[in-house]
Design a protein around this ligand. Structure first.
Ligand code: SAH
Length: 196
């Protein structure tokens, strides 16, 4: 398929913030994602007490599911509103603190400590700041990244993953000439070459 029509499209951080302000968040799934339920065993692979990463997390309810199962969840999201809505909608008390390594960034952490959400761009993170992860839930993340930034995004993700980690990646399949995205169409062949 010709993805030429999407490859130069850029969605700015301001546009994402505006979507949150205006409530244009059709991507948010109130009931959580059925594919996480379906493939949870594959992601966890019998392991417990994992560190699980949610890139471009929005206010994904799956963060609460996994924390309730005893895992430790870390997310990153540029919209502070999304993160505050997440804690409010689940009635989770949290505290907020600056991230010394990243100017302007904040970390919102549930009082229980099991959910830690960074309010900054994912490109500001590194393993020296957030550590490495045993599992990644990538839904609405790779497909939301601007097409020109995909390799940068994937290379960063690989530096954040432990050797024996697993990643569940959700993509959407459609004719990229009919919709400008996001979500962008990322063909399987590109996923293979991105992750190597
Ligand atoms: N994964 C979530 C949200 C998907 S929408 C879900 O499944 O519901 C993509 C999200 O990425 C938006 O909330 C947007 O604000 C955020 N975002 C976009 N660019 C980002 C960046 N560079 N760093 C962190 N978050 C970003």
């Amino acid at each position: 398929t010709d993805i030429g029509s999407q490859k130069d499209r850029v969605v700015s951080e301001e546009e994402w913030l505006q979507k949150w302000e205006l409530g244009n968040i059709g991507f948010h799934k109130e009931q959580g994602h059925p594919l996480l339920q379906k493939y949870l065993d594959v992601l966890l692979n019998g392991r417990s007490g994992l560190r699980i990463f949610f890139p471009l997390c929005g206010k994904a309810v799956e963060m609460k599911w996994l924390a309730d199962m005893g895992h430790s969840v870390v997310g990153v999201e540029i919209s502070e509103q999304a993160l505050k809505d997440f804690f409010a909608e689940h009635s989770l008390p949290y505290c907020e603190e600056p991230v010394p390594e990243i100017s302007g960034a904040k970390r919102l952490q549930s009082t229980s400590g099991s959910i830690s959400l960074y309010c900054c761009s994912i490109y500001d993170l590194s393993s020296s700041i957030v550590g490495k992860f045993d599992a990644v839930w990538d839904r609405g993340a790779l497909v939301a990244v601007n097409p020109r930034d995909r390799q940068r995004y994937v290379s960063l993700m690989m530096t954040l993953m432990e050797k024996n980690s697993s990643c569940l990646l959700v993509t959407v399949s459609y004719d990229p000439n009919k919709h400008k995205g996001p979500p962008f169409y990322v063909p399987e062949s590109e996923i293979k070459s991105l992750f190597g």
